[in-house]
Design a protein around this ligand. Structure first.
Ligand code: G3P
Length: 217
């Protein structure tokens, strides 16, 4: 399973990238706002840091304008993935940009039917939003399972990019279910390393080591 980082924070991407953990990056208008940066500048910087796909989102609502914005974004770097919302106009834009050979990430997916349409429209990635479904007492992980089953049944090659990931449980469950990619905020990826029994075990080992009076170096 691939790890994408869901942020436009250059420093945070750099820290994870140094460990070789970053298979790609996803951004959206809210994350651009949070970064305080110009979309073109920050996206270009991210593309220079990361080899994998970097999603940059269009903000137009109508197909032709979405396609124009998408073409503009693809000029930033070869690893740009055009991120397009799952609307009827968005699906048409996805078809056009995908037929032109661009990677497209169809975002704001909340149902299996929407995911089916995105695959039919040639999406490279579909982004189901787990956390926002959980927020309204629906089951985000169940949606990932449903899409996995549908895509496997019919051989769709669109990759399932689990988004709106809030917890380490979301990440491990997505891995178990078979999501192709998880995009998560940097802190969630870092929290994957944490376990209270690891801390407790390490403290006990260090206490015993002190008692030996030995040194390795
Ligand atoms: O990848 C989509 C993500 O940025 C949305 O996350 O936590 O705002 O639902 P959230």
């Amino acid at each position: 399973m691939k790890f994408f980082v869901d942020t436009a924070d250059i420093d945070a991407i750099g820290k994870l990238n140094d460990l070789g953990f970053v298979d790609g990056v996803t951004t959206n208008p809210s994350l651009i706002l949070k970064s305080g940066r110009d979309i073109m500048e920050v996206t270009e910087e991210i593309c220079n840091m990361v080899d994998g796909p970097v999603s940059a989102e269009v903000v137009a609502h109508e197909t032709d304008a979405m396609v124009a914005e998408g073409r503009r974004l693809t000029k930033i770097a070869p690893n740009i993935t055009v991120k397009i919302p799952l609307t009827w106009d968005g699906l048409k834009a996805c078809r056009t940009l995908s037929d032109e050979g661009n990677m497209v990430n169809v975002t704001l997916c909340f149902s299996a039917g929407q995911a089916l349409l995105a695959a039919k429209a040639g999406a490279t990635f579909i982004s189901p939003f787990i956390g926002r479904l959980d927020d309204i007492n629906l089951d985000g992980l169940e949606l990932i399972e449903d899409i996995r089953k549908i895509y496997d049944t019919y051989g769709f090659r669109t990759e399932i990019l689990a988004a709106s990931v809030r917890t380490v449980n979301h990440v491990s469950e997505c891995a178990r279910i078979g999501a192709d990619v998880v995009t998560a905020p940097p802190n969630v990826l870092q929290n994957l390393a944490k376990h209270p029994l690891t801390d407790k075990g390490l403290a006990a080992f260090m206490a015993d080591w002190e008692k030996t009076g030995q040194k390795i170096i």
